[in-house]
Write a protein that binds this ligand. Sequence first.
Ligand code: NDP
Length: 247
Amino acid sequence: MRLKDEIALITGSARGIGREIAETYAREGALVIISDIKPEDCQLTADEFKAKGYKADAFACNVTSSADVDQCVEKILEKYGRIDILVNNAGITRDGLFLRMKEEDWDAVINVNLKGTFNACKSVSRAMLKARKGKIINIGSVIGVMGNAGQANYAASKAGVIALAKSLAREFASRNITVNAVAPGYIKTAMTDKLTDDVKNKILESVPLGRMGLPSDVANVCLFLASKEADYVTGQTILVDGGMVTY
Ligand code: NDP
């Protein structure tokens, strides 16, 4: 078991990639805190995990609200005393060509993806700094590295969480806290299920491995970054994109 008795908070983990990361961590012995915007969805996922014999608990919060995040983190710390691993996974898209992009679509994406990551890092890192131990993983996107027509807001938010990881890696290194980013390519989840077949086929042409990724492809890299094997890895961005972007 690579994460035996570690306590991991994963935002946006009621479903999709976050849920897969949580299940992968739980399988490796971690106690996983399922956090998402809808309390009933968090509870459902945590209950499903417990039914499989995993250690799990549910703490809902809206990552855009620093008060909400602080309160949620306080409750977790009251109950469990520490958070060893934080995965900033909650994210949304509001796609549209730039000249037609509404200010509210810009704000919504920046608020969930970038400010949400800032809020959770701020709240959880206080406890990690005291404990002199921690692993933070920001879920970015290949779009935050290469940009994409129709996704200026999303690309900017994901470039932001990658840069935030690099900066916090430098600030927190002396306290034994690593901070990295994972940048998935096109992964099969509800977020990409809404794309048309035409768009999906176009995307596949740009993926050397010739298939969409699976949530488990992302979760396995997040497992490595949360494990002891990655103790000397910080400030990095690992692309999980089937070879779309190389540098
Ligand atoms: P999903 O939409 O399936 O899951 C995202 C989860 O985040 C949902 O449960 C959602 O809740 C939750 N969420 C949304 N807003 C908030 C909020 N304000 N506070 C707390 N939770 C919130 O997405 P994916 O699993 O596909 O994506 C997970 C992460 O991976 C995202 O950061 C995404 O940008 C990134 N990513 C995904 C890729 C893909 O191809 N799927 C590619 C690259 C990156 P609800 O649905 O109830 O609103």
